[in-house]
Design a protein around this ligand. Sequence first.
Ligand code: SAM
Length: 289
Amino acid sequence: MQLPTLYIVPTPIGHLEDITQRALTVLRTVNLIVAEDTRYSGRLLKHFGIQNRFFALHDHNEARCVPILIKRLQSGSTLALVSNAGTPLMSDPGFQLVCACRAAGIPVVPLPGPCAAITALSAAGVPTDRFCFEGFLPAKRAERCHALQALVAEPRTLIFYESCHRLVECLQDIITVFGVERPVVLARELTKLWEQIYGAPAGQLLEWVQQDPWRQRGEIVLVVSGYPGDDQGLSPAVQRTLALSLQQLPLKQAAALTAAIHAVKKNAVYRYGLTLKQRLPAEEASALS
Ligand code: SAM
């Protein structure tokens, strides 16, 4: 009996030549391909002359189907997990399946391959030594602004996936929360015919996007430079605690609470909080003081 294994298999995010030889071998030889959309992946495999059996696993059936797939693996099957594009689990289904395999002691073998976030980051011309992948921001404006506010002091590069329908609104919110000067890179249609990578301060990027509706189409990654401000030597964890506390408390109390949690100097936290407030829109800054 062969060893049960779950392979995580990335697929192209546009350009079909980006699939690896190893991915093709795995997709050809496993007992079953677990796919987010079987019709979509079926077309991909047909392109490469591969025929195999499919099982549909998406957000709506994952909890119910994971035990079935675990049983299948435990009886000796090999499975390959694919999503519609890029690396499974990166804003795509598969998390519950991977957790269940690991809990059951079933080997999970990841293959390296395409991922829109990393592809965008590699060409964005912003610091890549430390970054945060934030996936999709909330669709509703208030929640999106709230999520952005929690990141206002984040010094690492931020990567967001965004729907083309919300691009303009999202850039407006980035400007409101992070300021017009924050550098943002828009990477759209990566690896495809109309690939476009354009970086500018957020305010200018919004103008550029609004100048031509074509620039609001297709698949989009936003790469946002991290907060450049004077961090008073405070660690990212302290900065994050303060940014979150400021959503509920006035600066003085937020600084005291943050300093107590992290055992750092209250004055440094307070001074850092002052620089943060300068980045917020006037009405929010006054609400925090
Ligand atoms: N698992 C995928 C990955 O590894 O990148 C991402 C899946 S997520 C559901 C789809 C989002 O990824 C799109 O809305 C877009 O933000 C981004 N994306 C996928 N393909 C892209 C491309 N060719 N160019 C730019 N962004 C892309």
